[in-house]
Design a protein around this ligand. Structure first.
Ligand code: ADP
Ligand code: ASP
Ligand code: MG
Length: 424
């Protein structure tokens, strides 16, 4: 007998039939004698709908850009998960499985005060563990917890993955299964490249990069938690027949294991390609070239909570003025331009140019640490397709390239194939 946390994403609980199907996956594990806790997302599309309601209410109430209180945003968007946890508990009960729904505050899942993008600080798993001992399944509403202000707090989009791994760590589960609409982690998004291959295993470091560079299959924070707390995490499909052979295999369930790099025997140089749409580029022309200028620009942007990436500074021609180019998420472009307008006189620069709708494509692989020429291969392949590169950043295990939006899919497929990742 083992202890398993099972998480089901939005498409897996999209309607009543699918929730019944999810209940069959859960029953398979309880029938096998395992202790189970479940974490659920909102029905697919629900969170977007709720966010849309918040935005249109804010727009109706005021004017121009919607401004709303993050605590009320959380009160509204957390409701989607409340519904699915109750529905799944009913489905399980109707199949003879003892089950009870739990909202974040009831467990409790304690978070910090960053409403809308809160971090889990600690989870008291004792009551869930006690009930597991009696055979009861806890069905936990993902994506939500309770902040120090005693109010519901949500964990940022995709946050149910993080709820699941955090619950698994809190109850010391033997395994955390993230069920989704694909049957594992692929070499790139299988919806963009049908020749993408499913990876049997991927290292924590590579999964962290894939997630933070746009692969939405796991929320970044969930991978961090799995790595720190050594949670054995699998990504697998909820659309597989719950009772097909091998589905209940404890050691080797179908899917992708996220694990330490030494568990991977055949390490490739490049493991995967990720992409992030909706990047914006800002260029400051003729910036004073003296100490303190970068701090004067990026300090205020950080204070405004704007995530700056890919910074490129040119050599100044006359030793006194330079150009500075960087990227921000498109959604933050207006806010960033407003911040820059305020610091323009103190920092000293001439013009600000900006462009939204760009795409960052990234090549990821631990093997890059010991192989030269990986970046050059990417640049040559993109050049052959006539794709212009706007900016480049690299780290030990990744190369990110900023390109124009319309070339996103071509660039992903080109890189996928040039590194030999295509399915044979
Ligand atoms: P859920 O609702 O279950 O949380 P998500 O939509 O958040 O599911 O994540 C699953 C999606 O992630 C897949 O449908 C797929 O399109 C996308 N995805 C992006 N990159 C990858 C990848 N490398 N491997 C698998 N899926 C990926
Ligand atoms: N329902 C939330 C979202 O759509 C959380 C999740 O699904 O993980 O972002
Ligand atoms: Mg998700």
């Amino acid at each position: 007998m083992a202890r398993i946390v099972m998480k089901f994403g939005g498409t897996s609980v999209a309607d009543i039939d699918r929730i019944h199907n999810v209940a069959r996956h859960v029953k398979r594990e309880t029938d096998a004698g395992h202790e189970v806790a479940v974490v659920v997302s909102a029905m697919s599309g629900k969170t977007n709908e709720l966010v849309g309601w918040v935005q249109s209410m804010a727009r109706t109430a005021g004017s121009g850009t919607p401004f709303y209180d993050a605590r009320e945003y959380d009160a509204i968007v957390a409701s989607g998960e409340q519904v699915t946890s109750g529905l799944l508990a009913i489905a399980l009960q109707s199949m003879g499985v003892d089950a009870r729904s739990w909202q974040g505050w009831q467990i409790p899942v304690h978070t910090d005060n960053a409403h809308g993008a809160a971090r889990i600080l600690d989870i008291d798993g004792s009551e869930i563990v006690r009930r597991m001992g009696t055979g009861q399944v806890a069905v936990v509403a993902g994506f939500q917890g309770i902040g120090p202000d005693n109010r519901v707090a949500t964990l940022g989009r995709g946050g149910s993955d993080t709820s699941a791994v955090a619950v698994a760590a809190a109850v010391k589960a033997d395994r955390c299964d993230i069920y989704t609409d694909v049957d594992g982690v692929y070499t790139t998004d299988p919806r963009i490249e049908p020749r993408a291959r499913r990876l049997p295993k991927i290292s924590f470091e590579e999964m962290l990069e894939m997630a933070s560079l746009g692969a939405k299959v796991l929320q970044v924070r969930s991978v961090e938690l799995a790595m720190v707390h050594k949670v054995r995490t699998f990504v697998r499909s909820s659309f597989d027949d719950p009772d097909a052979p091998g589905m209940g295999d404890f050691e080797n369930p179908p899917g992708t294991l996220i694990c330490d790099e030494d568990e991977i025997v055949e390490q490739q140089v490049v493991t995967g390609i990720a992409y992030a749409k909706d990047e914006a580029q800002i260029s400051l022309r003729r910036v004073a070239d003296r100490p303190g200028v970068s701090a004067g620009i990026f300090g205020p942007l950080a204070e405004a909570n704007i995530n700056v990436d890919m910074i490129v500074q040119n050599i100044s021609e006359d030793g006194s003025r330079t150009d500075m180019t960087f990227t921000v998420p498109s959604g933050d472009l207006d806010k960033a331009l407003a911040v820059l307008a305020k610091v323009r006189d103190t920092v000293g620069f001439d013009v600000v140019q900006s462009e939204a709708g760009l795409v960052k494509v990234s090549v990821i692989g631990i093997g890059m640490r010991s192989h030269a020429g990986v970046a050059a291969t990417a640049f040559k392949a993109l050049a052959e397709k006539g794709i212009n590169i706007r900016a480049i950043t690299t780290s030990e295990i990744k190369i990110s390239i900023l390109i124009d939006g319309p070339y996103a899919e071509l660039a992903v497929r080109t890189l996928h194939s040039v590194y030999g990742l295509d399915k044979q």
